[in-house]
Design a protein around this ligand. Structure first.
Ligand SMILES: [Zn+2]
Length: 191
Protein backbone atom coordinates (compact mmCIF):
# COMPACT_ATOMS: atom_id res chain seq x y z
CA UNK A 1 0.00 0.00 0.00
CA UNK A 2 2.98 2.28 0.55
CA UNK A 3 3.38 2.73 -3.19
CA UNK A 4 -0.21 3.81 -3.76
CA UNK A 5 -0.29 7.24 -5.33
CA UNK A 6 -2.93 9.71 -4.22
CA UNK A 7 -3.27 12.77 -6.42
CA UNK A 8 0.36 12.42 -7.51
CA UNK A 9 1.58 12.04 -3.92
CA UNK A 10 2.94 8.80 -2.41
CA UNK A 11 0.31 7.40 -0.07
CA UNK A 12 2.48 7.32 3.06
CA UNK A 13 3.66 10.88 2.39
CA UNK A 14 0.06 11.95 1.93
CA UNK A 15 -0.88 10.49 5.34
CA UNK A 16 1.93 12.41 7.04
CA UNK A 17 1.03 15.65 5.28
CA UNK A 18 -2.64 15.06 6.12
CA UNK A 19 -1.87 14.66 9.82
CA UNK A 20 0.28 17.79 9.80
CA UNK A 21 -2.32 19.87 8.01
CA UNK A 22 -5.63 18.47 9.22
CA UNK A 23 -4.58 17.21 12.66
CA UNK A 24 -5.70 13.62 12.11
CA UNK A 25 -5.94 10.81 9.57
CA UNK A 26 -9.15 11.56 7.75
CA UNK A 27 -11.10 9.10 5.59
CA UNK A 28 -12.93 12.12 4.17
CA UNK A 29 -9.68 13.66 3.00
CA UNK A 30 -8.61 10.33 1.48
CA UNK A 31 -11.85 10.01 -0.51
CA UNK A 32 -11.64 13.72 -1.24
CA UNK A 33 -8.18 13.31 -2.72
CA UNK A 34 -9.55 10.66 -5.08
CA UNK A 35 -12.46 12.86 -6.10
CA UNK A 36 -9.99 15.61 -6.74
CA UNK A 37 -7.78 13.25 -8.73
CA UNK A 38 -10.70 12.26 -10.99
CA UNK A 39 -11.94 15.84 -11.40
CA UNK A 40 -8.47 17.22 -12.17
CA UNK A 41 -7.62 14.46 -14.67
CA UNK A 42 -10.93 14.88 -16.52
CA UNK A 43 -10.51 18.66 -16.57
CA UNK A 44 -6.94 18.48 -17.88
CA UNK A 45 -4.41 21.25 -17.36
CA UNK A 46 -6.04 24.71 -17.25
CA UNK A 47 -4.46 28.13 -16.75
CA UNK A 48 -6.90 29.40 -14.09
CA UNK A 49 -7.74 26.44 -11.85
CA UNK A 50 -10.45 27.02 -9.25
CA UNK A 51 -12.27 24.52 -7.04
CA UNK A 52 -15.68 24.57 -5.39
CA UNK A 53 -16.40 22.23 -2.44
CA UNK A 54 -20.00 21.56 -1.49
CA UNK A 55 -19.27 20.73 2.15
CA UNK A 56 -17.26 22.47 4.85
CA UNK A 57 -16.07 19.12 6.27
CA UNK A 58 -12.74 17.47 5.29
CA UNK A 59 -13.03 18.09 1.56
CA UNK A 60 -11.74 21.69 1.61
CA UNK A 61 -8.59 20.50 3.40
CA UNK A 62 -7.88 17.91 0.68
CA UNK A 63 -8.13 20.69 -1.91
CA UNK A 64 -5.89 23.02 0.10
CA UNK A 65 -3.31 20.30 0.67
CA UNK A 66 -3.17 19.01 -2.90
CA UNK A 67 -3.81 22.04 -5.13
CA UNK A 68 -2.75 25.70 -5.18
CA UNK A 69 -6.40 26.64 -4.46
CA UNK A 70 -7.01 27.87 -0.90
CA UNK A 71 -9.71 29.77 0.93
CA UNK A 72 -7.27 32.60 1.56
CA UNK A 73 -6.27 33.13 -2.07
CA UNK A 74 -9.89 32.89 -3.17
CA UNK A 75 -9.39 30.07 -5.68
CA UNK A 76 -11.27 27.64 -3.41
CA UNK A 77 -14.91 28.33 -2.69
CA UNK A 78 -16.70 26.40 0.05
CA UNK A 79 -20.47 25.94 0.08
CA UNK A 80 -22.07 24.70 3.31
CA UNK A 81 -24.44 22.29 1.57
CA UNK A 82 -23.34 19.11 3.34
CA UNK A 83 -22.78 17.41 -0.03
CA UNK A 84 -19.60 15.41 -0.50
CA UNK A 85 -18.95 16.84 -3.94
CA UNK A 86 -16.56 19.21 -5.65
CA UNK A 87 -16.07 20.94 -8.97
CA UNK A 88 -12.74 21.78 -10.55
CA UNK A 89 -12.99 24.48 -13.22
CA UNK A 90 -11.20 27.11 -15.22
CA UNK A 91 -12.15 30.52 -13.89
CA UNK A 92 -12.00 32.23 -17.30
CA UNK A 93 -13.46 29.49 -19.51
CA UNK A 94 -16.10 28.55 -16.86
CA UNK A 95 -15.81 24.90 -17.92
CA UNK A 96 -15.29 22.29 -15.26
CA UNK A 97 -15.79 18.78 -13.94
CA UNK A 98 -18.02 17.97 -10.98
CA UNK A 99 -17.26 14.84 -8.93
CA UNK A 100 -19.38 13.31 -6.19
CA UNK A 101 -19.87 10.12 -4.16
CA UNK A 102 -21.99 7.58 -6.00
CA UNK A 103 -24.26 6.18 -3.29
CA UNK A 104 -25.46 3.28 -5.46
CA UNK A 105 -21.94 1.88 -5.52
CA UNK A 106 -21.34 2.25 -1.79
CA UNK A 107 -23.26 -0.99 -1.20
CA UNK A 108 -20.19 -2.97 -2.30
CA UNK A 109 -18.01 -1.26 0.30
CA UNK A 110 -19.63 -1.78 3.68
CA UNK A 111 -17.09 0.03 5.85
CA UNK A 112 -17.13 3.09 3.65
CA UNK A 113 -20.91 2.98 3.53
CA UNK A 114 -21.19 2.75 7.33
CA UNK A 115 -18.69 5.52 7.82
CA UNK A 116 -20.28 7.75 5.18
CA UNK A 117 -23.87 7.23 6.22
CA UNK A 118 -22.91 7.04 9.91
CA UNK A 119 -24.94 3.88 10.38
CA UNK A 120 -22.30 2.30 12.60
CA UNK A 121 -22.63 4.94 15.32
CA UNK A 122 -19.70 6.88 16.73
CA UNK A 123 -18.36 4.06 18.93
CA UNK A 124 -18.27 1.53 16.13
CA UNK A 125 -16.16 3.69 13.84
CA UNK A 126 -13.73 1.36 12.07
CA UNK A 127 -10.01 2.09 12.45
CA UNK A 128 -8.66 4.43 9.78
CA UNK A 129 -6.42 1.71 8.33
CA UNK A 130 -9.36 -0.64 7.61
CA UNK A 131 -11.42 2.12 6.11
CA UNK A 132 -8.48 3.41 4.08
CA UNK A 133 -7.83 -0.08 2.70
CA UNK A 134 -11.40 -0.27 1.42
CA UNK A 135 -11.24 3.28 0.04
CA UNK A 136 -7.99 2.47 -1.78
CA UNK A 137 -9.52 -0.73 -3.19
CA UNK A 138 -12.64 1.05 -4.38
CA UNK A 139 -10.85 4.17 -5.60
CA UNK A 140 -12.65 5.82 -8.52
CA UNK A 141 -15.49 3.27 -8.43
CA UNK A 142 -17.01 5.33 -5.60
CA UNK A 143 -16.86 8.50 -7.60
CA UNK A 144 -19.13 9.80 -10.33
CA UNK A 145 -18.16 12.73 -12.49
CA UNK A 146 -19.60 14.86 -15.26
CA UNK A 147 -18.46 17.89 -17.26
CA UNK A 148 -20.23 21.10 -16.20
CA UNK A 149 -20.44 24.74 -17.20
CA UNK A 150 -20.51 27.37 -14.51
CA UNK A 151 -22.97 30.25 -14.62
CA UNK A 152 -20.24 32.54 -13.34
CA UNK A 153 -16.86 32.47 -11.63
CA UNK A 154 -17.23 32.14 -7.88
CA UNK A 155 -14.05 33.98 -6.95
CA UNK A 156 -14.83 37.53 -5.94
CA UNK A 157 -12.85 39.62 -8.42
CA UNK A 158 -14.29 42.99 -7.41
CA UNK A 159 -12.63 45.05 -4.67
CA UNK A 160 -14.50 44.87 -1.35
CA UNK A 161 -15.61 48.34 -0.14
CA UNK A 162 -14.32 48.92 3.39
CA UNK A 163 -14.53 51.74 5.88
CA UNK A 164 -14.34 52.40 9.60
CA UNK A 165 -17.22 51.36 11.86
CA UNK A 166 -18.45 54.52 13.66
CA UNK A 167 -19.11 52.48 16.80
CA UNK A 168 -15.96 50.35 17.34
CA UNK A 169 -13.60 52.19 15.00
CA UNK A 170 -12.45 49.00 13.24
CA UNK A 171 -12.35 48.53 9.47
CA UNK A 172 -15.15 46.37 7.99
CA UNK A 173 -17.14 45.70 4.81
CA UNK A 174 -19.40 48.74 4.56
CA UNK A 175 -21.91 46.96 2.30
CA UNK A 176 -22.90 44.95 5.41
CA UNK A 177 -24.53 47.94 7.06
CA UNK A 178 -23.99 51.34 8.66
CA UNK A 179 -22.07 49.70 11.52
CA UNK A 180 -20.03 46.48 11.53
CA UNK A 181 -21.70 43.05 12.03
CA UNK A 182 -20.30 42.74 15.58
CA UNK A 183 -21.75 46.11 16.59
CA UNK A 184 -25.03 45.11 14.88
CA UNK A 185 -25.33 42.31 17.43
CA UNK A 186 -23.82 39.41 15.48
CA UNK A 187 -20.72 39.29 17.68
CA UNK A 188 -19.38 35.88 18.73
CA UNK A 189 -17.26 37.33 21.58
CA UNK A 190 -17.54 39.61 24.55
CA UNK A 191 -14.95 41.65 26.43
ZN1 LIG B 1 -18.17 48.03 14.95
Amino acid sequence: MSQAIVCGVDYEDFLIRMEEFHGARSPGMLIGSMMLDVALKKLGPVPFLNVVCETIVCLPDAVQLLTPCTIGNGFLQVLDWGKFALTTYDRKALSGVRAWINHDRLANYTLVQEWFQRTGGPREKPPFEQLAKEILTARSQLISHVPVRLYRELKNSKPIPTGLCPQCGESYRIDLGAICPACQGDSYYQY
